[in-house]
Ligand binder design. Structure first.
Ligand SMILES: Cc1ncc(COP(=O)(O)O)c(C=O)c1O
Length: 325
């Protein structure tokens, strides 16, 4: 790859902050466009460009940010394209500095952005001199199969944010990949004491050479994903308060009727030795992020099958699945 690498600090949110600031400097514009339901971190600019809403005590960023509804929230593909186009061409506004996007929204409910949509975003970015920033912090590092989640989508982002699994063993590490012509930082302009975590550099280097020197892990992620998707589909078919699984690779979501049942699934699973989080705009999705090397995925399925039966036995009659988001 021809990207420059910038070590931004050990958290994902620091990578996003750097990407947003660089985009604004490089483009000489302020506005950032994002999709509803996106999540980019907990520091000020990252919250500002997140589409999940500002957390308690943080005023929402109303300046310089435009939200485009995620395609799953649109009644038709045509309407989704219109909304997207409008974010670039709204009368009286200069085009945006950057469009920031997750290929699969993690915290937003394991919602993939389709290849068509990603290409449409890229086309509009190119047409309007807008930087395409892919936040691959959750979906990258093999989580959805390829090392970079967009490899199969045929798009070439200007900036890529990476963190989370990058060190290979759960050590804090964050970075941005920058198209060289956009590396407009002055020396030391974005510096800090802990920009690199030495131990994480060593393990990340090893993880890359051990697992990513060939296509084996990528292939095994899709092989391991298949039975999980099948198992989750079968579980969802047993209950009217579950929808079919969403996601890609080993980043999967099981949408529930509401956050209460999703919480119950997660809590009961925990008591039986399985860690599953909840996510989604209303906290209604159970999220599965197993290790990429998981060998006993069927154990998780057995636990989930048992737990969802338990939840079904304890649910009040009448709470069924709302329209999917
Ligand atoms: C897509 C995405 N971007 C950014 C972040 C923020 O990363 P961190 O929690 O390391 O600050 C997260 C965390 O969940 C994320 O999923």
């Amino acid at each position: 790859m021809s990207y420059r690498v910038q070590f931004t600090g050990p958290a994902g949110t620091t990578a996003v902050e750097a990407a947003v600031r660089l985009a604004r400097i490089a483009a000489g514009r302020e506005r950032i466009v994002h999709l509803s339901g996106s999540y980019h971190g907990m520091t000020r600019d990252s919250i500002g460009v997140s589409g999940l809403g500002a957390p308690r005590g943080v005023p929402p960023a109303t300046r310089g940010v435009t939200t485009v509804p995620h395609e799953l929230e649109q009644p038709s593909a045509g309407r989704a394209s219109e909304e997207l186009e409008r974010a670039f061409t709204a009368p009286g506004s200069t085009p945006p500095a950057a469009f920031i996007v997750e290929t699969v929204q993690g915290e937003g409910g394991v919602r993939p952005t389709t290849t068509t949509r990603l290409r449409e975003i890229e086309r509009l970015c190119r047409a309007h001199g807008t930087l395409l920033v892919v936040d691959d912090i959750q979906a990258g590092c093999g989580r959805t199969g390829p090392f970079l989640s967009f490899e199969a989508d045929g798009v070439e982002p200007d900036v890529v944010c990476l963190s989370k699994s990058l060190s290979g063993v759960g050590l804090p590490m964050g970075l941005v990949l920058i198209r060289p012509s956009l590396d407009v930082w002055d020396p030391g302009e974005y510096s800090g004491t802990f920009r690199g975590n030495n131990l994480a550099f060593v393990t990340a280097r090893l993880a890359l050479s051990e697992w990513w020197s060939d296509g084996a892990l990528r292939q095994s992620v899709s092989q391991r994903s298949e039975p999980l998707v099948q198992g989750l589909t079968a579980i969802a078919a047993r209950h009217d308060w579950l929808a079919p699984p969403t996601g890609r690779g080993l980043m999967l979501g099981l949408p529930c009727a509401d956050r209460h049942v999703a919480d119950l699934v997660s809590t009961l699973a925990f008591t039986q030795g399985l860690l599953v989080e909840t996510c989604g705009r209303r906290g209604e999705v159970v999220k599965l992020l197993p290790p990429l090397t998981v060998t006993k995925a069927e154990v998780a399925l057995q636990i989930l099958e048992h737990v969802t039966d338990q939840v079904a036995g304890s649910r009040p009659v009448g709470s069924t699945l709302p329209a999917a988001t």
